[in-house]
Design a protein around this ligand. Structure first.
Ligand code: CP
Length: 303
């Protein structure tokens, strides 16, 4: 989990990831840091960014990579998460990268296998490498994270991105505001150490970073879903609402975006304010840093 890091470790990962950004911009990108090691991607929930960036990251570090096609695996014959992980572990990979719809599933699985396990998102609980890439994007845009005010807006209640970002942003000295309708802000949010707002104009005032979240409908079974038009009117980020933030505010979104619901294309695609494509680029570098740190630890280096 993002909160399990301590500030020097988070800083070291950010610095390493930063170096990988420049490395990735070269035409020849391969290194041998993970030669002979195997990384298995095991995603029980859909993914575009996280799955592909872990695969690219591992390949750039020289590892062998297997991305399990869960939809055509023996999971469909009733094999459990734990049995699947234990089976893959018996093939002696060094790292399992796991995404699962249940909060806590990745931690549970890590207790059953001998290899390292990286959390690629578990339910609404945590998405630590997303927070790392978000911090890297913010640091590269502003020079530092400390002292900034970051607004996380929308469906906080169902968001693992929000939980990991709150932990890491606060650890690195940012002030975090949570902005959303009362039904989408968790009841215990006041204990997260954030200011909570139920009004975009009030909450965005003076913010340096505006991080938008989509409505995570896959975790809302049985809930009353707002109409998308009504949601956009009150909570969707457009030019008018962005003008309430600080003059040089940057816009972020972990993706996938639902355009016209939580964010207007006009804002999302304006590269003078939007960091969304940078976030995707930083995703590869941040995941390279995490994999390289695990490989280093495996080789007997300090964590
Ligand atoms: N941000 C994120 O986790 O995106 P994917 O679901 O596409 O991996």
């Amino acid at each position: 989990a993002a909160g399990d890091l301590h500030p020097p470790a988070a800083l070291a990962l950010l610095d390493l990831a930063d170096a990988f950004v420049d490395f990735n911009r070269q035409s020849a990108k391969g290194v041998d840091l993970m030669r002979g090691q195997t990384v298995v991607n095991l995603f029980f929930e859909n993914s575009t960014r996280t799955s592909s960036s872990f695969e690219i990251a591992a390949k750039r570090l020289g590892a062998d990579v297997v991305t399990m096609p869960v939809a055509s695996s023996s999971v469909k014959k009733g094999e459990t998460l734990i049995d699947t992980a234990v089976t893959l572990n018996a093939m002696k990979p060094e790292i399992l990268v796991v995404r699962h719809a249940s909060s806590g599933a990745v931690d549970l699985l890590s207790q059953k296998v001998g290899c390292a396990v990286v959390n690629a998102g578990d339910g609404r609980h945590e998405h630590p490498t997303q927070a790392l890439l978000d911090l890297l994007s913010i640091r590269r845009a502003f020079g530092d994270v400390g002292g900034l005010t970051v607004a996380i807006c929308g469906d906080i209640a169902h968001s693992r991105v929000a939980r990991s970002n709150v932990a890491l942003l606060q650890m690195m000295g940012a002030r975090v505001r949570l902005i959303g309708p009362p039904t989408l802000v968790p009841g215990d949010a006041d204990r997260w150490g954030c200011e909570v707002f139920h009004d975009m104009k009030e909450g965005l005032a003076g913010c340096d970073v505006v991080m938008m979240l989509r409505l995570q409908l896959e975790r809302m079974a049985g809930a009353l879903i707002p109409s998308t038009r009504e949601y956009f009117r009150f909570w969707g980020l457009d030019r008018e609402k962005l003008a309430w933030a600080a003059p040089n505010a940057k816009v972020m979104h972990p993706g996938p975006m639902n355009r016209g619901v939580e964010i207007d294309s006009d804002v999302a695609d304006d590269l003078s304010v939007s960091l969304i494509q940078d976030q995707v680029e930083m995703g590869v570098a941040a995941r390279m840093a995490v994999l390289a740190a695990l490989a280093h630890r495996r080789a007997g280096g300090a964590a």
